[in-house]
Write a protein that binds this ligand. Structure first.
Ligand code: 4HQ
Length: 242
């Protein structure tokens, strides 16, 4: 007898543009993992929850001003038909007003069973539905997208690569940026030289300990100069003895 496999980590995306998915998530590493059932993707068309014959999902903002606002009744109906409100699930609204996404948050979300991601269009969604359904607001950065869909793709991609079995060599995951709190050291491969530029000598030496120390120095130098904010936090964090 073969056991039925339990439901894999699942992203459920509420959107007016379901045709945007899987998009980039159907290719490369996340695409292969999706095909092999290591995770699942569902889309819910918010327009299917509209109440009138014109299938209206938006309306003019109270108080005036430009653009349109997504109606709370339509969005709430889509959420209520989709989210369970369970402990193992997060209900997220992608928005520049949200807490900025970072690797610690990605790790937490990849450890849940399911994410329900709400993608807004227009000027955004009615504030009351965010409150009433207890949505977490997450931003992928300080810039304005035309909709939440590319932000959902970014968030899902970051989570999926942390799922067991998705990345071939999981040792690589602990070494990378944000897991160590540092930016990555520079990488080199053949040919050497290339356009007259030499690969740093130490990398050709075969001295593994020297290579490790050189990479650490490089990672620290690049973090200090490019990202003083990360460097300060790295200084505060408890360190292992390497
Ligand atoms: N938008 N991080 C406006 C974003 C965004 C971001 C999504 C555009 C929501 C209404 N989302 N809609 N930055 O710019 O997450």
């Amino acid at each position: 007898m073969t056991e039925a496999s339990p439901a894999p980590w699942t992203a459920t995306v509420l959107t007016l543009f379901p045709e945007m998915f899987p998009g980039p998530l159907g290719a490369s590493l996340p695409g292969k993992a999706l095909q092999s059932g290591l995770w699942a993707l569902e889309t819910v068309d918010i327009r299917d929850f509209a109440r009138n014959k014109h299938r209206t999902v938006d309306d003019a903002p109270f108080g005036g001003g430009p653009g349109m606002v997504m109606r709370p009744d339509v969005l709430a109906a889509a959420i209520d038909a989709t989210a369970t409100g369970g402990e193992d699930e997060a209900l997220i609204y992608l928005s520049p007003r949200g807490r900025p996404l970072d690797q610690a948050r990605v790790r937490e979300m990849s450890a849940l069973r399911r994410l329900v991601l709400v993608c807004g269009r227009f000027e955004g969604v009615d504030e009351r539905v965010i409150q009433a359904r207890g949505m977490q607001e997450i931003s992928i950065g300080d810039y304005v997208l035309s909709g939440g869909e590319p932000a959902a793709v970014v968030l899902i991609d970051a989570c999926v690569r942390l799922l067991p079995g998705v990345v071939g060599a999981p040792e690589g995951l602990v070494e990378e940026s944000f897991e160590t709190g540092l930016l990555e050291y520079p990488h080199y491969t053949r040919p050497n030289p290339w356009e007259g530029r030499e690969v740093p000598e130490v990398l050709l030496s075969g001295h593994h300990e020297k290579v490790r120390l050189w990479r650490r120095e490089q990672a620290e130098a690049v973090t200090r100069t490019r990202r003083p904010d990360l460097w300060r936090r790295h200084g505060e964090a408890p360190k292992d003895k390497t």
